[in-house]
Ligand binder design. Structure first.
Ligand code: RB5
Length: 156
């Protein structure tokens, strides 16, 4: 599975550790930055991961900021993105099973690394439950406002 990650300064340290952990676990990881802990604006990095997932060059995205909230708000502006801020393993599994979330937004300041690592693993490994949830997710997709969803090779 191809996973794109990014953070701001509030999530930088955990993003670095998560990149290393996911590489060790065999994921195909793309680190979209930043590459030092200087202060940056989280929307600039959220959009990089959101676009990678929306255009099909990554299967899932993981974002880390101070709370995970700003990253999710920004990522959800991109058509095709269902980003969820997650602070517990249970929510990680439910964000996948019920919402087919494709971007995970983590808190680097309020959740410790071991908890976030477990949350990320569950997020990456839990399948979408389909069934009634597919109808609901289709209704979310309709809210994308007619913007065309593109795959990596440019197809609709
Ligand atoms: C940066 O100080 C902080 O606002 C950011 O990391 C994040 O928590 C925003 O939602």
């Amino acid at each position: 599975m191809r996973v794109a990650l990014a953070s701001d300064h509030g999530g930088f340290e955990q993003k670095q550790a998560l990149v290393a952990a996911l590489v060790r676990e065999g994921y195909e990881v793309t680190d979209l930055g930043p590459f030092d802990d200087a202060s940056v604006d989280y929307p600039d990095y959220a959009v990089l991961v959101a676009r990678a997932v929306a255009n099909g060059s990554a299967d899932r995205g993981v974002l880390v900021c101070g709370t995970g909230i700003g990253m999710a708000i920004a990522a959800n502006k991109i058509a095709g993105i269902r980003a969820a801020t997650v602070c517990s393993p249970e929510f990680a599994a439910l964000a996948r099973a019920h919402n087919d979330a494709n971007v995970l937004a983590l808190s680097g300041r309020f959740v410790d690394f071991e908890a976030n690592r477990k949350i990320a693993e569950l997020f990456l490994e839990t399948p979408f439950a389909e069934g009634r949830h597919a109808r609901r997710v289709a209704k979310i997709e309709e809210l994308d406002g007619g913007e065309t969803r593109q795959t990596a090779n440019g197809e609709e």
